[in-house]
Design a protein around this ligand. Structure first.
Ligand code: TTP
Ligand code: MG
Length: 417
């Protein structure tokens, strides 16, 4: 077991093998209170608690306040009794959600397999990330420092080969720690922990077990499945029996993967010139590239779809050797695909699609090459567009197109995905 507090370090085997534990549970320390201490430096190092305003109970307390016994769900009057110097802060949910999104983004920078459990915790599985980013412990250290440096608060991480053990490990590592439990150690680790630390064990179950003299997970392992079922019912009995024996088949569920991103426009007044179709494609390429960058993805396949006035339609696509993220590249391929198509009979629909989406690391590796520079230019445009709207920054040809498209929209039908 590798326990890495703030100042500890350890040589890590960088050769990944299937024997590593790869499931991480990441949980922010004293989340609401930490955000208050981040935004208001005068509260740092002090016992503070968040909540109290409506229901009169504490949502969470800083670790300084926990030393006095202040806890979540404690009535404020009681908290003030055990800690008279306690500073109370109101809940600022919008701000915590903003910080949460930032943390989740950082987790998403090493793997797409991120399962958000609550505002301040998530499971991630880094099995597919080790070749790019290193062994799981290194990834966890990287994530913890990224969160600390970029968000400004601390996260604790537990790593194990099953979900509930990873969650137990992050609990053990708190605050501001990292605990790695190897696959061989999982069973003995889990069995050494108190039953109350098992994920999903509520007060009622805990009470029943404690009455039977069952206090640690190892105690559960010592009793028969039938007896557990008799005590807790079929579902809970079997579930706890399995957990006590290190069995947990639950996977880390990432949100459903997007397979492609597309943009389509229809025109009541057909387009007869290649240049007009190209202009539409340029605009669409920018929309798609921006979406790709927003999702930190890159694409390998680019397809175009053209529908003619006589309702015939055709598609052309090309799969590239390298992944693309920039509008420039998407547009250049689209233009080439359009070259063989005769548009003179009139085009009613232009569609552009990127597929075979990959997690964007490939493109980031190329950051110093030409496409890296182009990506940075387009990223800078994204930022300005986010702040000021999309009309202000665009390549000259695109501005022209946006104006044209706007005019068209006034007297034509337009569909955009
Ligand atoms: P937790 O992760 O349970 O607690 P925490 O982050 O404050 O402290 P730590 O993880 O270091 O033990 O919950 C996350 C946030 O959810 C917490 O900051 C405030 C909110 N919360 C409540 O509003 N009510 C509660 O009863 C609990 C437990 C949490
Ligand atoms: Mg937390």
């Amino acid at each position: 077991m590798v326990d890495m507090g703030e100042n500890q370090s350890k040589e890590i085997d960088t050769h990944f093998s299937a024997l590593y534990s790869t499931i991480m549970h990441v949980d922010m320390d004293a989340f609401y209170a930490s955000v208050e201490q981040l935004d208001f430096p005068e509260y740092r190092g002090k016992p503070i608690a968040v909540g109290g305003m409506d229901k009169g109970v504490i949502s969470t307390a800083s670790y300084e306040a926990r030393k006095f016994g202040v806890r979540s769900a404690m009535p404020v009057y009681q908290a003030k009794k055990v800690c008279p110097q306690l500073i109370m802060r109101p809940v600022r949910m919008m701000r915590y959600q903003e910080v949460s999104a930032h943390v989740m983004d950082i987790l998403g920078s090493v793997t797409p397999v991120v399962e958000k459990i609550s505002i301040d915790e998530a499971f991630i599985d880094v099995a597919g990330s080790v070749r790019l980013f290193g062994a799981p412990v290194q990834i966890a250290q990287y994530l913890r420092s990224e969160i600390k440096n970029n968000v400004g608060i601390s996260a604790s991480v537990g790593i194990a080969n099953v979900k509930y053990a990873a969650k137990m490990a992050s609990d053990c590592a708190k605050p501001d720690g990292l605990l790695y439990v190897s696959p061989e150690e999982t069973l003995s680790f889990v069995q050494s922990r108190p039953v109350r630390d098992l994920w999903g064990v509520g007060a009622k179950t805990l009470q029943i077990l404690q009455r039977q003299g069952i206090h640690i997970v190892g105690d559960i392992a010592n009793i028969s499945r039938d007896r557990l079922v008799a005590l807790l019912g079929q579902a809970q009995g079997i579930h706890l029996y399995e957990l006590a024996h290190g069995i947990d088949t639950r996977k880390v569920h990432a949100p459903a993967e997007e397979k492609s991103i597309s943009s389509e426009q229809t025109f009541y007044t057909p387009l007869y010139k290649v240049a007009d179709v190209e202009e539409v494609m340029l605009s669409q390429a920018h929309v798609l590239a921006r979406k790709l960058r927003g999702k930190k993805k890159s694409a390998k396949t680019i397809s175009i779809k053209i529908k003619f006035s006589h309702f015939q339609s055709l598609t052309r696509s090309r799969t590239l050797i390298e992944d693309v993220t920039t509008a420039e590249k998407i547009y250049n391929v689209a233009k080439e695909l359009l070259r063989d198509i005769d548009v003179r009979s009139g085009v009613r629909l232009v569609g552009l699609r990127v597929s075979q989406l990959n997690y964007g690391a490939m493109a980031q590796l190329d950051i110093f090459g030409d496409s890296g520079r182009q990506e940075n230019v387009e990223k800078a445009m994204d930022k300005i567009k986010d702040r000021f709207g999309s009309a202000l920054v665009s390549p000259a040809s695109l501005v022209k197109n946006e104006l044209k498209a706007e005019n068209r929209e006034k007297n034509t039908g337009k569909k955009k995905n």
